[in-house]
Ligand binder design. Sequence first.
Ligand SMILES: [Zn+2]
Length: 199
Amino acid sequence: MEELKQLCENIKYLPASEKPLSADVILIETPDFICVYDVGSSEKARSVIENITKKKIVVLSHFHTDHTANLSRITFDELYAGKETVRYTKAGIVVNQELCLSLLRIMPIPSVHAKGSILLCYGEYAFCGDACYCAAKNGRPFYNAQLLKAQIDLLCGLEVKYLALSHKEGLLCSKEEVVCELKKIYATRNKDSSEIWLE
Ligand SMILES: [Zn+2]
């Protein structure tokens, strides 16, 4: 599959697209199964996932449709997701604490972008979906101070080098760089408000 990019020996991904809005689809190959982190919404993403012949374990980063819409159009063996996502998919195992699947670790990550966001760690990578992004109220972007602090603490404790952020060109950022950006935003909080407005 030529559209697939190779991240390292065992990881390939289909980059996100804008038209249609479809998130990156990550494929991690282990001896026993292929883990698919996010299923996207595009036909291309669907066919990449359907071409997998090995046992397929799907992990969804969060419930937004650009990450999940293909779920009803693919086959899979197991599904893991956050509570809010399972409410939407009506299928799958709820991840409410850290779980290990072979060499993969999946865990909830506090996020203002979407409740029930799930992080996946493999080797020196942590796949974050949209969890590090802000949310918006009436078109104004913001973070929630408490969730942002909890997210920074979780990211700091991860023994990975890179964070993979969905929709980002090239997918990877150094963990240090992202944590540094998030800390800068957290430093602008106002004690009287739980929201940190970016504009
Ligand atoms: Zn999202």
